[in-house]
Structures are given as structure tokens and as C-alpha cells.
Design a protein around this ligand. Sequence first.
Ligand code: E4P
Length: 217
Amino acid sequence: MKLFVDSANLDEIAALVPLGIVDGVTTNPSLLSTQGDDPREVLKRICELVQGPVSAEVVATDVEGMVREGRELAAIDPHIVVKVPFGKPGVQACHMLAAEEIRVNVTLVFSAAQALLAAKVGATFASPFVGRLDDIATPGMDLIGQIVEIYEAAAFSTEILVASVRGPMHVVEAARLGADICTCPPKAIDALFNHPLTDIGLEKFLADWARAQQRPG
Ligand code: E4P
């Protein structure tokens, strides 16, 4: 499973890239609005840093506007994937952009039916939001299982991009279910590294080694 960083913050992304675990980035208007600079400039710099798919979302709500913005976003860098919100305009815009070979990430997916429609119109990625479903007492990971089943049965090439991730268990469950990608806020990626037994184990190895160095001859 690929790991994307769910952030528009260059420092956060730059700190993770050298680890070799970052396959791409997802942004959204909320994330980009927290950065001071011109969003297009930020997106360009993220693309240069990551050299993988970088999702950039349209803010138009009509088909023509989405397609126009999608073309403009795609022109920023070859790594840009145009994100469109699910809905009739988003589905139609995805259909039109995909016909131009512009990669599209259909976002705000909350049901298997929506994921099915996104795949039918040639979305490169479909983004089901697991955390926001959990927030309303609906198991988000159940939706991932359903989409994996549907995409496998129909041999769709659309990749399942698990979004709205809150912590390491979402990541682990996404991988177990066979999702293609999990996009994680930096805090969730940091949490993947942590285990108290690793810390205790390393402390003991180093203490034993240091003691051995102090022994005479
Ligand atoms: C990524 O593509 C989504 O926009 C993001 O994961 C949403 O996360 P949130 O529900 O924490 O805002």
C-alpha cells in the first residue's frame, strides 16, 4: 500500500520525504488555506519535493468551472492530480478531464455507490473519508472493504485512496483490506513509528554495549 501525506505544509512534507516512505501528497482547500503563500506556488513546490502524485482540488461547483480549473491545476506540474468533489458536476467533470488524460481524484466519497460511479467515469483515485464516517458513528473501514470488493469484482483500475485518516489503526486496517493508498496527516505517520518496546529494547542494547566497553581488557 502506498502512503501519501495529507498536508499542504512544505516543512511537514520535507521532513518526511527523506525517510523514503512518501509516495504522494493530498491537499484540499482547507489545508491550502492554512498556508500563507500563493496556493499554485505551494503546489508546484510540493510536486518538486515529492515527485509523486499531488492532489489539488477545484473550488468551482459547476461542470465548466471544474473542468477549467482542473486544466489550470494540471498545467502547474505533471505530478498534479485534479481533485473534484463527488456529485453530478464532479462526476461529469471527472468524465471530461479523464477523456483529456488528466488524472482525477474524486473526493468526499462516503458510500460504495459513490465509489462505483467515480470508477465508472475513469477516476484515477477515489477518496473515501473514513474518519468523518467514524465521527458520525458509522464504521469508515466497512466502506473500504465494500469498495475493495466492488473494484475487484468489476476489475476497475481506479485506486482506493483512504482519506480522513485519524490514526495508525486506520492505516493498518486499510492495508489489511487491500486499499491501494492511505493518505495520512503527519501526526498519523509519526504514530506509525512508535512502539514502547522498541524504545525499551534500544535503551537496553545501548546500555549493555556501554557497560561492555567499560570492562577492563
Ligand atoms: C484528503 O484527500 C482529504 O481531503 C482529507 O483526508 C480530509 O481529512 P479530514 O477529514 O481530517 O479533514
